[in-house]
Design a binder for this molecule. Structure first.
Ligand code: M1P
Length: 253
């Protein structure tokens, strides 16, 4: 993307278009296509654009480019718990401060025991990823390769590994105020209830009258469900990056 038109000079005023990342701007965990990046560059001349993903910023840099913070007006990683506006980092809250060491310790000990007892054909590394606004738990481990991800996803669906894991956590910690979200292929996110993708809206609702949101997991239980259905957004349910491109062209070009 080239020179940035200042927000006040965009063709369509007071409007921002927010995008989920995996399955919406890119295939799951893969790079955005050149066609998508070019279209986003052209869209940015008309409206403000931002992404809101569950992953941390490092993953979004892998998928959307190292210069992602310069190529989007708003970057919301970890549902907005790590946020940038026009390349400048915004203040945010932290999961560990919210939950406290004692409760966190109990949660992690339970998760590690549960992980160890799982009957799985393949294990790799990084089973719990500690992030600013959440933890991410993966039975196979986050260092699984792409083919290993695909295999695990099928195994998980057949054996309901993550679904049962989440049910066990809910039963063990009913008073913790946590939400568990199965947003990707090999893991689930765990964060304070309310720190879903609607969290990012607090950063844009004062500045923009119209907020579009594009997401592929807008169904109940999907991690786009809350923001897609939020009264502050105009939701667009998509089934692939190609679908996102099609709708963007219909709406803005
Ligand atoms: O953006 C959706 C999810 O993407 C990843 O999930 P997985 O590795 O399981 O495919 C994770 O970064 C997760 O946090 C995120 O919600």
């Amino acid at each position: 993307m080239s020179t940035v038109t200042p927000l006040a000079e965009r063709e369509i005023k007071d409007t921002i278009v927010l995008f989920d990342v995996d399955g919406t701007l890119t295939p799951a965990r893969l790079h955005a296509s050149d066609e998508m990046l070019e279209l986003l560059g052209a869209l940015r001349k008309k409206v403000a654009i931002g992404f809101v993903g569950g992953s941390d910023l490092a993953k979004q840099q892998e998928q959307l480019g190292d210069d992602v913070v310069d190529n989007f007006d708003f970057c919301f990683s970890e549902n907005g718990l790590t946020a940038y506006r026009m390349g400048v980092k915004l203040a945010s809250q932290s999961f560990i401060q919210w939950i406290g060491e004692e409760k966190y310790n109990k949660l992690i000990v339970f998760i590690l025991r549960y992980l160890a007892d799982l009957d799985l054909p393949v294990r790799r590394g990084t089973f719990v990823e500690f992030r600013n606004g959440m933890i991410n738990v993966s039975p196979i481990g986050r260092s699984a390769s792409n083919p290993e991800r695909q295999d695990y996803e099928k195994y998980d669906l057949a054996h309901k590994i993550r679904e049962k894991f989440v049910a066990a956590l809910k039963a063990e910690f009913p008073d913790y105020g946590l939400t568990y979200s199965i947003g990707g292929q090999i893991s689930f996110d765990c964060f304070p209830t309310g720190w879903d993708k609607t969290y990012c809206l607090t950063q844009v609702e004062k500045e923009f009258k119209t907020i579009h949101f594009f997401g592929d997991k807008s169904f109940k239980g999907g991690n786009d469900y809350e923001i897609y259905n939020d009264p502050r957004t105009i939701g667009h349910a998509v089934n692939s990056p190609a679908d996102t491109i099609r709708i963007l062209k219909e709406l803005f070009f």
